[in-house]
Design a protein around this ligand. Sequence first.
Ligand SMILES: *[C@@H]1O[C@H](CO)[C@@H](O)[C@H](O)[C@H]1NC(C)=O
Ligand SMILES: *[C@@H]1O[C@H](CO)[C@@H](O)[C@H](O)[C@H]1NC(C)=O
Ligand SMILES: *[C@@H]1O[C@H](CO)[C@@H](O)[C@H](O)[C@H]1NC(C)=O
Ligand SMILES: *[C@@H]1O[C@H](CO)[C@@H](O)[C@H](O)[C@H]1NC(C)=O
Ligand SMILES: *[C@@H]1O[C@H](CO)[C@@H](O)[C@H](O)[C@H]1NC(C)=O
Length: 457
Amino acid sequence: MTYTKLRQVKIDLWLEKKDKEKEKYPKNKETIKLIILTLLLFCSVCSLFLILHFPFPTEFTASLPRTCHHNFTVYVYDLPNEFNIGLLQNCRHLNIYTNMCPHVSNNGLGQPLHRSGRTSWFATHQFIAEMIFHARVENHPCRTRNPHNADIFYVPFYGGLYASSVFREQNLTKRDELAVRLVDYISDQRWWRRSNGRDHFLAIGRTAWDFMRSSDTDFGANILMQMPRVMNMSVLTVERQPWKGDNHFGIPYPSYFHPYTSAEMVTWQNKVRRVERPNLFSFVGGPRKGLEKAAIRDELIRQCAGSSHCELLKCENGGSRCHDPMTVLGVMARSRFCLQAPGDSFTRRSTFDAILAGCIPVFFSPHTMYTQYLWYLPDDKRSYSVFMDEKNSTQIEQELLRISESEVVQMRDTVIDLIPRLTYAHPNATNYDLPDAVDVALEALAKQARAKVMVSL
Ligand SMILES: *[C@@H]1O[C@H](CO)[C@@H](O)[C@H](O)[C@H]1NC(C)=O
Ligand SMILES: *[C@@H]1O[C@H](CO)[C@@H](O)[C@H](O)[C@H]1NC(C)=O
Ligand SMILES: *[C@@H]1O[C@H](CO)[C@@H](O)[C@H](O)[C@H]1NC(C)=O
Ligand SMILES: *[C@@H]1O[C@H](CO)[C@@H](O)[C@H](O)[C@H]1NC(C)=O
Ligand SMILES: *[C@@H]1O[C@H](CO)[C@@H](O)[C@H](O)[C@H]1NC(C)=O
């Protein structure tokens, strides 16, 4: 773990301030200056702490039931437990790398970041969107119990948790077993047969690559998304296959904020709009060995480490600070731009953390965001992000410095306006009337289903 750079950056900034303030303080008052600067640093750390931790005022205490403002209804299949909540009994072994028990609690929000009282901040696992999605749809005001009048049909299979629990299974028949059984079960239902599954959808918290086995030696993947019946459904996933995934639709990775009320969301947006951002850019991540698409990471780490305008939070050997939500958000909230390099796959949860912190994302592959989350983003990429190809990524700092202050402010406003749509609101939210990630997805699916019905008429 290398955190020296982090400290160094702080000291650099500190020195910068010191230089500017040189005239104000005579040289013989070096000690006073140091004390003042220490206090300043302390205060800024404190204010960041307050910004990130301060419990939000609850303006409404009475809970209003949410009403369906949309012109659609969604039916939720009541699947046999083995396809979703039954899997959680085995939470220690749902992921070959981590014990998932703390992460599957609270409907998948994970452990609260504050011990006392109600909170909207959780240490949410990056691959858990399927559980949160499920909990949100179950409480959705547009949910119908009557499949006769449903526009769309949600199949709440925890396919990602299943996939990661059998990554090491060598027997491919066994590795695919539960996915195959799910598809047999669902395609046998009356409502499926009505439309060959066209109005049915899955929501999966892992990337499409985990469900598209390309060869027998492909590590871990099963065949769920390659089954012809599933190809007739819509599959919502945190990373779609950009070339073959016509029926894949990108949904956000969950970040750490799951507000109960719209007021909490608006308060947060105002906070990140006002926060001071001394760093031009930052990078949170580690190097990846032997992955071609991640080669850029070494370059980013090198450039960030070499720049006095960049804050680097380097994650190596599972560096724990990199997994501490408040540390990560703190780095991002101090930065104007956040570099988002591909990692094990094209997309990163970190992109959504950056947006939550009001930090403008910088992309190095179109598949990290642009070809993924089409339901969620403005058409004009330049309005909320910066794209760098191989040519201009050799001088990140210079390229970013070329963007004018007024452009930066405008882009940041667009980024901050995107936060509600990219957030998973608390499943038990009350007084929450902003469309969240699940609302946006359901609405898009319903529109799509209606278009399909029109075509077949
Ligand atoms: C709502 O949907 C129904 C049919 O599903 C349609 O007849 C009606 O025009 C729609 N209304 C609006 C406002 O879109
Ligand atoms: C939401 O409410 C239900 C019912 O009271 C409860 O079982 C569930 O744990 C709550 N979810 C969260 C994340 O608090
Ligand atoms: C793989 O698993 C299936 C189902 O459990 C079993 O029928 C088959 O014999 C196994 N194949 C091998 C090579 O072990
Ligand atoms: C997929 O849908 C089409 C059109 O509804 C249908 O003709 C086809 O048989 C379906 N495929 C499968 C595998 O169910
Ligand atoms: C980098 O180059 C790409 C393609 O040549 C261009 O679209 C992008 O705007 C450039 N980025 C910056 C920050 O200049």
